[in-house]
Design a protein around this ligand. Structure first.
Ligand code: ADE
Length: 218
């Protein structure tokens, strides 16, 4: 899966994509990340990418012409990729969206807005608009990282050796919260591991886990 990120701050992705499972996924050839620097599409000697809003108002907006030029380069690299725009005005991004994206096998082109926003006309180039929650961040980079992380971990071969990604939190979006887990020591400062987990009785353990998961999602 090709994942292309259109951003003014490509360095923000170095740490996140260059470590742990996201890095491993790329190392195994399951994904290929690339950042497209929006500045390269800027206008004039100052490589301007933003401008003041028509009708007045605070701040600057990303221009549609520079954004569209960057999207078109990304599309030429991967014509069937889905273009994703993180925005607080989008549909809430859920586990079901991560699953559908991972299962589609389609690449992703993620546009990361900055400043006070973007010219609305860029949505003509966009397939999906997602909010990662009801709060406002300074830009689309962190939402892009969240979307990438949640999708890549679901791709076959990324979480090799672990138990199925099916039995975990948010399996059906907001139901089935994961059950609590414990490891050694058995007793830490008087905090004991629940007795049932030490019995080796698999059916009882399974029953207890299901009950805990149910309780947590109430
Ligand atoms: N950009 C700023 N805030 C955001 C949010 N909550 N979700 C997606 N994109 C954003």
């Amino acid at each position: 899966m090709k994942i292309q990120i259109i951003t003014l701050f490509p360095e923000m992705f170095t740490g996140v994509l260059g470590n742990s499972m996201l890095w491993k996924a790329a190392d195994r050839g399951i994904v290929e990340y690339s950042c497209i620097n929006l500045r390269d599409f800027g206008l004039g000697p100052r490589k301007q990418v933003d401008d003041t809003p028509y009708g007045g108002g605070d701040g600057m907006l990303l221009r549609v012409d520079t954004l569209a030029a960057a999207v078109e380069v990304a599309k030429a690299n991967d014509p069937s990729a889905a273009v994703i725009l993180p925005t607080p005005r989008g549909k809430t991004f859920l586990q079901s969206d991560a699953k559908a994206t991972a299962a589609s096998g389609q690449g992703m082109i993620i546009i990361c807005p900055r400043y006070e926003g973007y010219d609305e006309r860029i949505t003509q180039w966009v397939d999906k608009q997602y909010s990662i929650g009801n709060y406002v961040l300074t830009g689309g980079e962190i939402p892009a990282m969240i979307i990438i992380d949640s999708v890549v971990r679901l791709l076959p071969g990324v979480l090799g050796g672990e138990t199925s990604t099916e039995i975990e939190s948010f399996q059906q979006d907001d139901q089935n919260i994961e059950f609590p887990q414990y490891t050694r020591p058995e007793d830490f400062q008087g905090l004991k591991v629940p007795e049932v987990l030490l019995t080796g009785h698999h059916a009882e353990i399974e029953k207890w886990r299901q009950l805990q998961a149910k309780k947590a999602s109430e």
